[in-house]
Design a protein around this ligand. Structure first.
Ligand code: ATP
Ligand code: MG
Length: 444
């Protein structure tokens, strides 16, 4: 992409209506535009980041054997009446009438619809387990939409659903998602802690919220610091290994305020390890047995011939919220610089030539480098405008493109000035630059 041809409407100043960094930055660099309260258009830069996040989320779902499908955004009220949630869900549900006066709704979540799809075709335990997911827009008529796309009304979510024959098998499914979430957030360079959570309107028995630390987060959290040292390395997708992984995390106290108990906290966590802070919920997993399969009559034949309701779980990731959450986690307040993880950066490298009347060759050279990098599958943007050098650099520091190639006075012959945001510049050949980038990408 050449900046002169791009649609990146950058604002001169931070918009006054935005209170937190991610909201300010996303408006400032033209990633999103509000269309009405809590409803946003995703402009090219923001859309690109969201799509890269979506790709990682998808790969990690597929890795545990979940299958992707796509359910509609608009649902019929019938199935919600069957489950009993049509009234229960309250004003957060956007209700719509079609021209035949039928009650429809914009889906806030999909337990009912997926159960209806499942029950219409799966009849035997032999088809279990089934792990199904989609990545689709949701609508929740939040009372106070705020912080941009962090708490909005229309948002993009990955929601998965598991169907199993028994509690034991269902727990195995739950644990697969537990693992896949740890891996997903790691690839996004986030430390997301699984915290024991309330099951809320979804209902059920077992639940974890995946929370990243951020002062601007809306969840109050109480945790044992030692949980930050854990990881999922070496876990295999088999029952014992995954149960051990979850237990390893559950050994440490980590809860949101709904589950907080002062006595437990003080008893279970030595004083030096206690951490009380705030965080952003980026994912949430639930096990709820037959809460939906029973009212919706989704049963299968068991080996002995008897019939039973399937045991279900549901597993959400806030794909659009993650765009903001990554900014909250990666923005450097002191230097006013954003640095996107390479895995989801809107562009991986920016080429910044010094362009003035006497230096037409610099633009020529930068175009050659641009083509070379493109051919190596590197996501690159070239600033071909005649803005001055330092304001170009400021612009890319603000957008957060993690690497920059500076074709100024310091680039001589075959050696190019190459900068990783926050680090000292290096003088490298183009081949060395490609090597650095490709090696990093292989590790994502
Ligand atoms: P919250 O507690 O933040 O309101 P929730 O518990 O109601 O979220 P879930 O039903 O667990 O949300 O949805 C799964 C994920 O979808 C959440 O972990 C979050 O990342 C995302 N999400 C939920 N509500 C919103 C929203 N209003 N705007 C953006 N993302 C959201
Ligand atoms: Mg939740």
């Amino acid at each position: 992409m050449f900046i002169s041809k791009s649609f990146i409407p950058i604002l001169k100043n931070n918009p006054a209506e935005a209170k937190i960094k991610s909201h300010q930055l996303m408006l400032r660099v033209g990633m999103i535009k509000q269309s009405s309260a809590g409803i946003y258009s995703w402009l090219p830069l923001g859309f690109k980041v969201m799509k890269k996040i979506e790709k990682i989320v998808r790969e990690e779902q597929n890795r545990i054997g979940a299958q992707e499908l796509l359910m509609p955004t608009i649902q019929s009220s019938d199935i919600w009446k069957e489950s009993g949630r049509y009234d229960e869900y309250g004003e957060e549900m956007l209700r719509i009438k079609d021209r035949q006066n039928r009650e429809m709704l914009y889906g806030p979540t999909n337990e009912e619809l997926i159960t209806e799809i499942f029950r219409s075709s799966v009849k035997s335990y032999k088809s279990l387990p089934q792990l199904l997911y989609h990545i689709q827009w949701k609508f929740r008529d939040e009372l106070r939409p705020r912080f941009g796309i962090m708490r909005c009304r229309e948002f993009y979510m990955k929601d998965a659903y598991s169907f199993d024959i028994s509690d034991e098998e269902a727990l195995f499914s739950y644990n697969k998602f537990f693992l896949s979430y740890l891996k997903t957030f790691k690839r996004l360079e986030l430390t997301a802690i699984p915290m024991a959570a309330d099951t809320g309107p979804i209902g059920g028995n077992l639940s974890h919220e995946f929370i990243i630390l951020a002062d601007t987060g809306e969840s109050k959290i109480f945790t044992d610091k030692r949980i930050f040292d854990l990881n999922s390395d070496g876990s295999k997708i088999e029952k014992k290994s995954l149960e051990e992984l979850r237990k390893k995390y559950e050994k440490f106290y980590a809860v949101t305020d709904e589950k907080f108990n002062k006595n437990d906290f003080e008893k279970k966590v030595p004083e030096d390890y206690r951490l009380t802070t705030k965080g952003i919920e980026v994912g949430h997993i639930f096990y709820f047995g037959d809460k939906y399969s029973k009212p919706l009559n989704a049963g299968v034949d068991l080996p002995g011939g008897k019939k039973d309701f399937v045991k279900m779980g549901s597993y959400g990731v806030g794909v659009s919220r993650l765009v903001g959450a990554i900014i909250e986690a990666k923005y450097n307040e002191k230097d006013e610089v954003m640095k996107w993880p390479l895995s989801v950066a809107p562009y991986e490298v920016a080429i910044i030539p010094l362009i003035n009347k006497n230096e037409a060759s610099s633009l020529e050279k930068s175009k050659n480098i641009y083509n070379f990098l493109k051919n190596k599958n590197i996501d690159v943007i070239l600033d071909d405008t005649d803005e001055n050098f330092s304001s170009k650099m400021k612009k890319f520091n603000l957008i957060g493109v993690p690497y920059q190639i500076l074709l100024g006075k310091k680039s001589h012959g075959d050696l190019i000035e190459f900068v990783e945001i926050g680090k000292d510049p290096q003088s490298l050949s183009l081949e060395q630059i490609v090597k650095i980038l490709t090696e990093q990408k292989e590790n994502i």
